[in-house]
Write a new protein. Structure first.
Length: 403
């Protein structure tokens, strides 16, 4: 391609030079053509003068020698017929010899024309060579273009196939991304729900943990209390006090419990003594009538054997409704109360008169559960069993209440 461009550039330069030379030669030729008519007129006039002069000279020569008669017109005709070309040539050459600058111009112009012709021939040969080269290059380019077109077609087919695959992959990717987004959205919603549930469970667990810790603390306190306090069981419970003096004739006795022990009038105690083998022998019941600072005066309500086993000094007092180591006692009624002596309301009132707290629900701090009829189906009964709270039957508690 570069060779072709250089050749074209050279050709353009040569053509430009050729055009310039032709234009210059045409200008000089026009000048010569403009002078030719004048020169032809002069030539014709010179020819006429020469013929006339030669005719006259020949006639005069023959006339002088006397050889023959000379017809000047015939001599003129013969000379003009035979020698006109020679004379014209000689006169033209003489004229050209006389006009040296014009001959020089024609010679230079002929040389320029020959040079331009040679240059044109070279240019024509170069053009032929260039045309063959360009044809070969054009054929090669056509073959390359055809190959490139085939490759382009194959490439386009491959590109179309790849674009189709890419479109399919993009579609599948969009579908997959859509499914993933839906799945992520669903999972995020599930996570949010799980977090909310987890937070609720944490709050519940925290609350339950707090309740359990509180319950554990209460149970530990209750356990310590239960361990420290023996249930009110007639077989092995510690006595609450002792009889200081007894008078069976007057039906009075005095015990070592007073105001400082939170004794109230109307409290009833069982009286027992230690028998053989550590067994307790219950002898009767007494009721607090008058409370002093350190002692209390009591009425003897019942004696099982007044003659053989009366109430005497040293006997022990015991009541499930009293514990001098603690303050107010807490009890709960469980079951149905249908005894012939007291209604549930009356029992509650009696117990409150004895400074005992009657609660509605069993707690770890409940001291006793008073059982009525059919207590097994009540929830408080199960709690009392679980928390090891002592039970007292309805008729047993009535024995410790004043009628």
């Amino acid at each position: 391609m570069i060779f072709a461009l250089v050749a074209i550039a050279l050709l353009v330069c040569l053509c430009a030079g050729l055009v310039y030379g032709i234009v210059t030669a045409q200008n000089e030729l026009e000048k010569v053509k403009a002078r030719i008519p004048h020169l032809e007129d002069e030539l014709e006039q010179a020819k006429e003068n020469i013929i006339i002069a030669q005719t006259k000279a020949a006639a005069y020569a023959k006339l002088i020698t006397g050889t023959e008669d000379v017809d000047p017109d015939r001599v003129k005709h013969d000379m003009m017929r035979d020698t006109v070309r020679d004379h014209i040539g000689k006169m033209y050459e003489g004229l050209l010899g006389r006009k040296l600058p014009l001959r020089s111009d024609y010679t230079a112009l002929d040389q320029v024309i020959r040079d331009l012709t040679d240059a044109a021939l070279i240019v024509s040969q170069s053009f032929s060579l260039w045309e063959r080269t360009l044809d070969e290059r054009a054929q090669e380019a056509a073959r390359e273009r055809e190959n490139l077109l085939k490759e382009k077609k194959a490439h386009r087919s491959r590109v179309d196939e790849l674009n189709k695959k890419i479109s399919d992959l993009q579609r599948r990717l969009r579908e997959q991304m859509h499914r993933y987004e839906e799945e992520v959205k669903r999972l995020n919603e599930s996570i949010q729900q799980l977090r909310a549930r987890l937070e609720e469970e944490r709050k519940k667990a925290k609350l339950e943990t707090s309740e359990l810790r509180s319950m554990i603390s209460i149970l530990r306190s209750r356990l310590r209390y239960v361990i420290a306090k023996k249930p009110k069981d007639y077989r092995w419970a510690d006595p609450d006090g002792q009889v200081l003096k007894a008078d069976m004739r007057s039906g009075l006795c005095w015990v070592d419990l007073g105001k400082r022990d939170r004794i109230l009038p109307g409290m009833i105690f069982e009286i027992f003594r230690q028998g053989k083998g550590g067994q307790r022998v219950f002898k009767g019941r007494i009721e607090i009538r008058r409370v002093m600072e350190d002692i209390s005066e009591c009425s003897i309500l019942e004696v099982k054997d007044p003659k053989e086993d009366p109430i005497v000094k040293g006997d022990y007092l015991l009541s499930p409704l009293y514990d001098k180591r603690r303050g107010k006692m807490r009890v709960v009624f469980v079951g149905d109360f249908k005894n012939p002596f007291y209604t549930r309301y009356q029992l509650t009132k009696k117990l409150r008169e004895l400074n005992i707290i009657v609660e509605r629900k069993v707690t770890p701090y409940t001291d006793y559960v008073i059982l009525g009829a059919n207590p097994e189906n009540v929830e408080d009964y199960k709690k009392a069993e679980e928390w090891v709270i002592p039970f007292i039957r309805e008729m047993d508690i009535i024995r410790f209440l004043r009628r």
